[in-house]
Ligand binder design. Structure first.
Ligand SMILES: Cc1cc2nc3c(=O)[nH]c(=O)nc-3n(C[C@H](O)[C@H](O)[C@H](O)COP(=O)(O)O)c2cc1C
Length: 438
């Protein structure tokens, strides 16, 4: 059976440059088994013609409200009743404003008011239009009424700027509609807009606890729109120009998490120690070597981030005095003085505006006791623990893993042994659930 078999989807299209992608979206929804009918605003028709959608869907495209012929064919009430789900992509700033105020001044807005079908909006607009206090307020109002947001994404925009406001790709929207249709939706999460999204002239001087909030969604199995920072791999601590201290971490678990988080529509920054792994598609990678360099990079990357996952095996100690020249072999013994490295996870979880913090604990014994101790001591939201040092579960360098995931007060879930890719996807599902419950 297809993922959207027998689902009746009313695809609304408003006037934005991203409306050209809606043709592909219509196609993807039909490919997934849905019956699709398209309603276009007057604005949308300036960007793409109804004929395109008529040809793609095999159904007439609806554009007029006050038209006797259109009303006699399939009237607005009939269309409103027909729909199982209403998806509007792109949802322009103007349409979001009209919907939030309950306007019924064209066919699409009237249909939304006249239908009790769930409404999914994929906003698409210039980054300043999106971060504008008016759009943010309108979007929050819609979410409070039960509307689900799909995106928006961040990145390069048609106007030449870069930032939040891009429409999600058609395939991503299709996947989220499938998840929604399968009742996998979790609650909406409101997250503070990033500082650089403030628009001159909007109320940016309000006290911190009254800052306008940007609106993003968390769906089960989806982390759409969230910024996740992940550290991975080992660190290396130099002794002299040719020697260093390191550990056995391969970076595979952290890279698998970065890949899985990107597939779940998160924006991902991966801070990697020296490993030979390829950067997962769509992930921003920052290469570092020492624990101090990772600490600096991580503190910068988590500014405005939603989730921090510390998977890296960070060296606890570094050599106090790194020799400038290669150390010569003179005596039978040599002594290195080691000093403590900064604790990256503890520094981030102590930030006043901290992201949701996830730690990893590799223990050789008393796994639950030590993991829960670290969870509490470092004030974490989740800790993922595994037992290391057993011959049947090498963990380091392996392509498989199993985890015991703990959270306060007594939360626990076991992720059974599977590929690191599968384990990563399961761990992210738990993170999405915990985030939504926070
Ligand atoms: C070239 C061009 C591109 C535009 N792109 C967008 C856009 O991406 N998002 C948006 O919200 N508005 C965009 N607009 C403005 C909308 O088209 C305008 O607000 C219109 O009234 C929207 O009407 P509708 O929401 O009823 O379809 C654009 C306008 C022009 C001229």
């Amino acid at each position: 059976m297809q993922a959207l078999q027998d689902k009746k989807i009313l695809l609304g299209i408003s006037g934005g440059i991203a409306s050209y992608k809606s043709a592909i979206l219509a196609r993807r929804l039909i490919d997934a088994g849905a019956e699709v009918r398209v309603v276009m605003t007057t604005g949308a028709q300036a960007f793409i013609t109804p004929l395109t959608f008529q040809a793609l869907t095999g159904n007439p495209v609806h554009t007029e409200l006050l038209d006797t012929a259109a009303e006699a064919a399939m009237g607005h009430i009939e269309l409103a009743r027909w729909a199982d789900i209403i998806v509007i992509a792109p949802a322009s700033a103007n349409l979001i404003a009209r919907l939030s105020h309950g306007f019924a001044d064209d066919l699409l807005t009237t249909l939304v008011l006249a239908s009790d079908a769930p409404l999914l909006l994929a906003p698409a607009m210039n980054r300043l239009m999106w971060s504008n206090a008016a759009t943010q307020e309108n979007t929050r109002t819609l979410i409070a009424r039960g509307v689900t947001l799909l995106g928006p994404d961040e990145g390069a925009q048609a106007c030449g700027e870069t930032g939040a406001g891009r429409m999600l790709e058609p395939e991503d929207i299709r996947d989220l509609v499938v998840q929604f249709a399968n009742n996998e939706m979790l609650s909406q999460v409101a997250i503070p807009v990033e500082a650089d999204n403030h628009v001159p002239g909007t109320p940016s001087d309000t006290p911190a606890n009254q800052q306008p909030t940007g609106v993003k969604t968390a769906l089960r199995n989806s982390l759409a729109g969230l910024h996740i920072v992940i550290t991975a791999g080992p660190t290396v601590e130099p002794i002299d120009p040719v020697r260093f201290i390191t550990n056995r971490s391969s970076g595979k678990m952290g890279f698998a998490l970065a890949d899985a988080a990107h597939r779940k529509q998160a924006k991902v920054t991966l801070i990697a120690g020296p490993v030979t792994l390829e950067t997962p598609t769509g992930v921003t990678r920052i290469d570092v070597d020492t624990a101090k360099a990772m600490h600096t990079a991580a503190l910068k990357a988590v500014e405005g981030a939603d989730v921090f996952i510390s998977v890296a095996a960070v060296a606890d100690y570094r050599v106090e005095n790194v020799a400038e020249e290669k150390i010569k072999k003179n005596d039978d013994n040599m002594t290195l003085t080691l000093v403590r490295n900064p604790d990256i996870l503890a520094s981030i979880s102590a930030l006043p505006d901290r992201p949701f913090c996830v730690g990893f604990a590799a223990e050789t014994q008393h796994v639950e006791k030590y993991a829960r101790g670290k969870l509490k001591k470092k004030n974490l939201d989740i800790i993922a623990a595994n037992q290391v040092g057993q011959s049947d579960n090498p963990v380091f360098g392996s392509d498989t893993n199993s985890l015991d995931v703990y959270w306060p007060a007594d939360g626990h879930r076991r992720i059974a042994s599977a590929t690191k890719k599968q384990v990563a996807a399961e761990l992210l599902d738990i993170i999405a659930e915990r985030l939504a419950n926070r």
